[in-house]
Design a protein around this ligand. Sequence first.
Ligand SMILES: *Cc1c(COP(=O)(O)O)cnc(C)c1O
Length: 370
Amino acid sequence: MMNIPLLDLRAQYENIREEIDAAVMGVVHSGRFILGPEGEALEREIAAFCGAEHAVGVANGTDALLLTLRALGVGPGDEVITTPFTFFASAETIAALGAVPVFADIDPLTLNMDITELERLITPRTKAIVAVHIFGQMLDMERLLACADAHGLAVIEDAAQAIGAARSGRRAGSWGRAGAFSFFPTKNLGAYGDGGMVVTNDGALAAELRVLRFHGCRTKYYHEEIGYNSRLDEIQAAVLRVKLRFLPRWNEARRRVAGIYDAALADLAAAGRLTLPGREAGGEPVYHLYVLRTPERERLAAGLRERGVASAVYYPVPLHLQKAFASLGYRAGDLPRAEQACAEALAIPCYPELTPDLLERVIAAVRDYV
Ligand SMILES: *Cc1c(COP(=O)(O)O)cnc(C)c1O
């Protein structure tokens, strides 16, 4: 019996093989590999998809955050508020610029940053908020922006896990000053290597990002500032343009899978044996991951493994307790809801190519354990 992976990129490729192969070979034959027509077309298409005016391709999602924070002037002496329950890059980029990440505890239902924590954490040094839509669940951006606007703070959406997610018909990335996306292969829209993009309605910010990604150059070999080498290459852009056409269907399929899990496991949740992913009210999630919670996570993971079902822990250590952030001075117990989520969360397979048979097997394996 076939093992069920957390994500099946080979099955995805089988479904789109001809288009992908043609797109990749088209770039190879064109002889243009960095900053060319595929990247420009992808920027227009992603901007349109997100409902933003501009999009700037960069080398990865981490750089999308880093260059945006830098372009907004974040640096030494500034504080930037974010969540401790996310991938490291959400806060690493703040610290890389010499600013201080300040962590807000999370909402135990949605696992997103608890917006009611913000008022308490804002100081005269607070410059921005990195708003992470974790696992593809969009934060309540109306409430977040109301708070940020009242204090004059820039909001950068870390939408690495949320491409296509929406609220009130408006997509992730288009709400803040800028939205950062990652095209890491396992993301909902994944390249065949690294890639990233920033979307924004701020034309001056987009122009600055184009300068920063290309060594601080506006005119080749005339460097106005210290920048980066952070570009999205043409082969990745060509692959992403093919996949973008399928993304709405794939996100819909992820929602369908999540809905089937929700229904099939509802009785266990009602009996207090498991916690199912909470939903942000009014949001249209894209289930980058479907994350269960149970204090008996290790036993559940072992039971799934025995039955050939993959699972993975997102995330084992909250960012405030990471060794790299020891100098920030946080201690265990400071952000108890994030710490509990890190002790209990387990992602189970959730991807568009999960057939009804495979889904049944995952559900049976979870129920067996419980
Ligand atoms: C993947 C991810 C990133 C970083 O993206 P890379 O392309 O891997 O650099 C940042 N934030 C979150 C929430 C992510 O999931």
